[in-house]
Design a protein around this ligand. Structure first.
Ligand code: GTP
Ligand code: MG
Length: 195
């Protein structure tokens, strides 16, 4: 996919701040530090449009990025970071639940998982939540560059089994470092936008 426009739009904390133009939205959920913002940057081939950090728990709002005047990436705050207070966690839960249950332009969630490790309890809860709300989901197993190619299949299997992934939900092996999986993921995203 050729990117001719990519722009940060807003850090939204309330639904009345979400864009009103009804472009399709692709949201990214995943643990703190798993690589959600890096994935966005790789998908649009910009080094630093989506803010990345080696400090977990930094993204606290829904960050909207408009791509090719055609769709939005919505970068969720990461979950599962131990040092986040209970109040913050509850705020996160309420914001995400409102978004998931009422956001009409939402077309697909990218559930971003670290391919090196089995999905955590939080990853499993997130996936079960998506199924419960009937939200289309693509599992993205990222950081593939961090394990040898010979282990990819085995690790992908563990990810799918631990999540109890439904066969109809696609899974893409990805690396923000090398760009592996970028074309396959764009293809998946566009197919859900056009449905
Ligand atoms: P939060 O916003 O805190 O939830 O984190 P995030 O999920 O947006 O993670 P982010 O993209 O900021 O990446 C976290 C760290 O992982 C950074 O140091 C990235 O450089 C690194 N990283 C992300 N993706 C990859 C990848 O595919 N390969 C490698 N080697 N490193 C990655
Ligand atoms: Mg981030």
């Amino acid at each position: 996919m050729k990117i001719h426009q990519a722009e940060f739009i807003i850090s939204a904390v309330r639904p009345d701040q979400y864009p009103e133009d009804a472009l399709p939205e692709i949201a990214l959920a995943g643990r703190s530090n798993v690589g959600k913002s890096s994935l966005i940057n790789r998908m649009i081939n910009r080094k630093n449009l989506a803010r990345t950090s080696s400090q977990p728990g930094k993204t606290q709002q829904l960050n909207y990025y408009m791509i090719n005047e055609q769709l939005y990436f919505v970068d969720f705050p990461g979950y599962g970071y131990a040092k986040v207070s209970k109040t913050e966690r509850q705020k996160w839960g309420a914001m995400i639940e409102t978004y998931l249950t009422s956001r009409e332009p939402l077309k697909l969630i990218l559930l971003v998982i670290d391919v090196r490790h089995p999905p955590t309890k939080d990853d499993q809860l997130m996936y079960d939540w998506l199924i419960y709300y009937n939200i289309p989901c693509c599992v993205v197993a990222t950081k593939a560059d961090k394990i040898p190619r010979s282990k990819w299949d085995k690790h992908l299997k563990v990810v799918q089994q631990t999540l109890n992934k439904r066969p109809e939900d696609p899974i893409v092996l990805f690396s923000s470092e090398t760009g592996m999986g970028r074309d396959a993921l764009w293809e998946t995203i566009l197919s859900f936008c056009h449905d």
